[in-house]
Design a protein around this ligand. Structure first.
Ligand code: 0RQ
Length: 498
């Protein structure tokens, strides 16, 4: 190999305090496996000597404990964007040890290219193969790597031997032009390929190759519980009803689903519904369930930015790679989540809320309006541009001490204008074509837990007939949340005090 092979420690020693670093991958797949740990160890040593050391991290989405986890524990992240999902980093963000800014995943690469966030000192890129001319086949997740590779002053490669040089043909690497020269992104079907299976790096920027040898380490699913199963069944019933009513074509439409057990339950439910034909996915993450459905012929194709699958399934994909190259394409996130393409294909978007309010606004990111959970991820990319935008959540959390249906969301990520359907374990609220009061009644009656329906109805009635089109009572609108913060149980709220 033309490039020097470095140990993780040798690679880490090249980084300086304040460096801007772009990471390959999307969720754990494709994220670097060994260099960030060596950087974290170096940071701890420097901190012990009283020296400052933090790097600024641009990723594709969440990463893994081997990136965000180790670096957060070492307090070595100065700035972080976009999505993250690990408790150690969340603590740093909420304590302001780390400056975090959140944005729609499809937007980061283009805003980086527009020059909004400064220069990139390094990109650390996981690959399954590299040629002497700098051509690489990337790992199981792409994220923003085409942009980071192009703009980084220096590149460190992690060559993952576990991937057996097997992934050629799985990716579709495409970098759009930017305004004022932007052109059509010519994806007309989920399986259209418009770019290259490889990424061409500038070999002069590659400062070294570090070897790694492990799968992505995505956890397998826990067994879905009763609530999750009910939500999944309600979403399926809704979609089947839409198809019967002719509002979804009988050939069906591509599906986007978020991560987690609800998405799993929905996908299995759709796959089991005999009248639904084999469907395609145009989504940002493909989980274990989809791989299973591909093998059963129920999912015919998946466009994604990552194969977010457990180690066992990752091995299965590699063992049957030729089959999966026909069924999967892994794209940069600005393409997998591209508003133009999502709108064109008519994607059905299914995302998760922390809480929704009675008028149809959704909070996906901030617990009680203040504490950052994970970030907006790709939910906004899909929800705003979807054919039908569905949000789901349990009706209650923490044994009923929290109602996930509230008078007013404590933070808003998705406004009433991006939310067509809300689904909980209680049922389905169809908000399409309804005014705020009609929406409120639908959500309270169909989605709120019975133990909260009266309280929510009382709140709605406080606005009275002259309360305006959206009859909030501002002094009481966050009473559920303030009650939870004071007594630990929203059920104690006394609206007569307001
Ligand atoms: O807390 O961990 O202490 O038990 O929040 O809640 O029910 O386990 O939900 O893991 O599916 O995550 C919205 C965060 C849901 C996620 C969110 C507490 C609850 C629990 C987690 P514990 P659950 P999930 C695809 C698309 C935004 C990005 C997105 C997310 C914890 O789905 O990050 O959609 N979405 N991306 O107890 C206080 C409430 C609460 C609450 C739940 N109302 N108030 N706490 N909790 N509701 C992915 C990508 O973009 C890559």
């Amino acid at each position: 190999m033309r490039f020097p092979v470095l140990s993780p420690q040798e690679a880490a020693s090249l980084f300086h305090n304040g460096d801007n670093v772009g990471l390959s991958g999307f969720t754990a797949p494709g994220a670097p496996k060994v260099v960030p740990t060596a950087i974290a160890e170096m940071a701890e040593r420097l901190h012990a000597e009283g020296k400052e050391f933090k790097i600024n991290i641009f990723s594709g989405a969440s990463t893994s404990d081997r990136c965000d986890g180790v670096l957060a524990r070492a307090n070595a992240i100065g700035m972080r964007t976009p999505y993250q999902n690990l408790p150690d980093l969340r603590k740093r963000i909420n304590a302001h040890d780390c400056h975090y800014f959140d944005l729609h995943l499809s937007e980061l690469a283009q805003k980086f290219r527009y020059g909004f966030y400064g220069e990139l000192d390094f990109a650390i890129i996981e690959v399954s193969d590299i040629k002497d001319d700098g051509t690489v086949v990337v790992g199981m997740g792409v994220g923003n790597v085409p942009t980071y590779a192009k703009y980084a002053k220096k590149i460190i490669i992690e060559l993952n031997e576990k991937l057996h040089h097997a992934l050629f043909g799985l990716h579709d690497i495409y970098l759009p032009l930017d305004p004022p020269n932007r052109d059509v992104i010519p994806i007309f079907h989920p399986n259209d390929r418009i770019g290259s299976p490889v990424l061409k790096l500038d070999p002069d920027k590659i400062v070294g190759v570090v070897m790694s040898d492990s799968f992505d380490g995505v956890k397998a699913f826990s067994n879905p519980d009763e609530v999750t199963n009910k939500i999944g069944a309600n979403v399926c019933d809704f979609l089947i009803g839409e198809m019967r009513a002719g509002r979804i074509p009988s050939s069906f439409l591509p599906i986007q689903s978020g991560v987690g057990n609800v998405a799993n339950a929905v996908l299995y439910g759709l796959a089991d519904a005999k009248e639904i034909p084999p469907f395609a996915m145009y989504t940002e993450v493909i989980q274990d369930a989809v791989i299973d459905l591909m093998k059963k012929g129920r999912c015919k194709f998946g466009s994604t930015s990552s194969l977010t699958v457990s180690n066992e399934v990752e091995q299965d994909v590699i063992d049957n790679i030729e089959f999966f190259k026909e069924k999967v394409v892994i794209r940069p996130v600005e393409i997998s989540n591209n508003p133009e393409v999502i709108r064109r294909l008519g994607v059905i978007a299914m995302n998760t809320a922390l809480e929704a309010d009675i008028f149809g606004n959704v909070n996906s990111t901030h617990v009680t309006g203040t504490r950052m959970m994970n970030g907006i991820g790709g939910s906004g990319d899909f929800a705003r541009n979807a054919y039908i935008s569905i949000f789901s959540c349990p009706s209650i959390t923490k044994e009923g001490k929290i109602s996930n249906i509230v008078p007013m969301v404590s933070h808003m990520d998705h406004s009433e204008h991006s939310v067509d359907i809300i689904v909980t374990d209680q049922g389905i609220a169809d908000l399409r074509g309804k005014d705020p009061i009609q929406r409120a009644k639908e959500i309270i009656n169909n989605c709120a837990h019975p133990m909260y329906r009266e309280l929510l109805t009382d709140y709605l009635n406080m606005g009275g007939p002259t309360g305006g089109q959206t009859p909030h009572t501002l002094r009481a609108s966050l009473a559920f949340h303030t009650e939870f913060l004071q007594s630990g149980d929203m059920r104690n709220v006394d609206l007569s005090k307001y």
